[in-house]
Design a protein around this ligand. Structure first.
Ligand SMILES: CC(C)(COP(=O)(O)OP(=O)(O)OC[C@H]1O[C@@H](n2cnc3c(N)ncnc32)[C@H](O)[C@@H]1OP(=O)(O)O)[C@@H](O)C(=O)NCCC(=O)NCCS
Length: 440
């Protein structure tokens, strides 16, 4: 495929996501290490693009490595209690300076607008202020964490007003108290609480540690809150710091409080946020309250997706051609497997109730998702459905999937073995094999 066509395809494939994200609130947590990385400028350009696409964006940044670097410069040894920083009077000025520097850096990058750069013609407005109230973390295992704090409350109405005005809201990991103190907070906790209070559509965590991997070192692509809970470290579960365990715990908290999706992204991937938000499969770990793939009875709204799935196979002669009208008539016979709003597999069960016979038809799994037992799952569901409806025999016509069905217990049969109504429609030119399975 030439690059022009691939650009057109990418842009068109992104269109459903551009529509879906329009006007939604996303909260993005970025660790201090992201700010220090080489790809940070690109990330900021991508965030400006999201703002242009009418995404309501809140950025919460962390500053841990920058604070440590400043403390070192000033010959102050960083004090930690486990993974928790002890923010004493000696270190708070470094905290303020590091946070202030990052805030100014982000504001400056978002203000760029040079011609021939991704920021040309952009005019991003940034809002920030005393949106987070903090309180002391307190004493942990006998150690007073001093000015290390926890979130007490979020100024959600003010934040929402700024977002409604089209501004990007920038939030630092500092919380102010009614007594005028400044608390050093975890950006992860702040981001999670902001996402909850704003009922955000997404909480996105971008730092160097929070992508979830399995034992083989591969990124875990999706998991539900229930699955994620089993991965929490029971020892550190209530700790609020900047570790992967905290990121997971606060992701679960946000999810359970109604944030629809929590994404964990690897900061080192340039453009990762665009891939995550504008492609079907993304690149990071997606945490959601409900399973990612859903199998459901098809409706007329799925017809476009089914046609997209089956048309290439019709052209190859693997499936018989079905018109949109035929699909509309039979749509109640179809089940679809939907991922993120897209139909990625389908199957139909056409019943002949008088003969207690049913036909499996149009069984397709999108090539990107084959060999993941999705076909198996769909088949089992169709078979269970047939049994529930009192069918005693299943049959199907196939030209190229003989063995797949034989492994499911089908045997070859003759045309006389299928309902007469279907016999009259048999296309001798296609010369399909007839397979049959006794369900009783
Ligand atoms: C047949 C189909 C639905 C299976 O979906 P799937 O999600 O990949 O199925 P599963 O993951 O449960 O099973 C995968 C296994 O089936 C095998 N398989 C896939 N297509 C096959 C075929 N045409 N014949 C025999 N075996 C096949 C795979 O090799 C794999 O076996 P392996 O793991 O031992 O290598 C899918 O390949 C598809 O959509 N094919 C094109 C459409 C089609 O032919 N539909 C049937 C119309 S009658």
């Amino acid at each position: 495929m030439d690059s022009k066509q691939s650009f057109i395809d990418c842009f068109r494939n992104a269109a459903p996501y551009i529509h879906a994200h329009h006007g939604r609130t996303f909260v993005l947590q970025i660790g201090g290490d992201v700010v220090a990385s080489e790809t940070f400028t690109h990330l900021i350009h991508d965030l400006a693009l999201l703002n242009s696409l009418a995404v309501k964006l809140v950025i919460v940044f962390g500053a841990r490595p920058q604070i440590d670097a400043l403390l070192k410069e000033r010959n102050v040894t960083p004090q930690y209690n486990g993974a928790l920083r002890v923010t004493d009077e000696a270190s708070i000025s470094s905290v303020k300076q590091a946070v202030g520097d990052i805030k100014i850096q982000i504001e400056a990058l978002l203000s760029m607008g040079l011609p021939n750069s991704p920021m040309a013609e952009s005019s991003v407005k940034i809002a920030s202020g005393n949106y987070v109230t903090g309180r002391p973390y307190g004493i942990v295992k006998g150690v007073d964490l001093d000015l290390t704090g926890k979130v007490r409350s979020i100024e959600k109405n003010t934040i929402n007003a700024r977002l409604d005005a089209g501004e990007i809201v920038l939030i630092s990991p500092l919380g102010y108290s009614v007594t005028g103190e400044i608390f050093n907070l975890s950006s992860i906790e702040v981001a999670s609480q902001v996402a909850i209070d704003l009922s955000a559509e997404k909480l996105i965590m971008l730092n160097n540690a929070s992508v979830l991997k399995n034992e083989a070192g591969e990124v875990i692509r999706q998991l539900t809150c229930e699955e994620a809970k089993s991965k929490l470290d029971p020892v550190t579960v209530n700790q609020i710091d900047e570790t992967p365990s905290t990121a997971l715990a606060f992701g679960i908290k946000a999810c359970e409080a109604g944030v629809k999706r929590v994404h964990y992204l690897d900061q080192s991937i340039d453009g990762g946020i665009l891939q995550e938000l504008f492609t079907r499969d993304g690149i990071g770990t997606l945490l959601s309250g409900t399973p990612f793939d859903t199998i459901q009875q098809a409706t007329v709204h799925d017809i476009g997706g089914i046609l997209e799935l089956i048309e290439p196979l019709e052209e190859q002669g693997i499936l018989v051609k079905r018109s949109r009208e035929k699909l509309e008539i039979d749509i109640n016979d179809y089940i679809v497997l939907v991922r993120d709003g897209s139909v990625i597999a389908c199957a139909a069960l056409h019943q002949y109730p008088d003969e207690k016979v049913a036909e499996i038809a149009c069984m397709v799994v999108h090539p990107d998702y084959q060999k993941q037992e999705k076909g198996e799952v769909l088949y089992e569901l169709i078979e269970a459905l047939a049994k529930k409806e009192g069918m005693e025999t299943l049959f199907l016509l196939t030209t190229q999937t003989l063995h797949w069905f034989i492994e499911k217990g089908f045997v070859e049969a003759k045309i006389e073995d299928i309902p007469v109504e279907k016999q009259t429609l048999y296309n001798y030119q296609r010369n399909s094999k007839i397979l049959i399975k006794n369900l009783s």
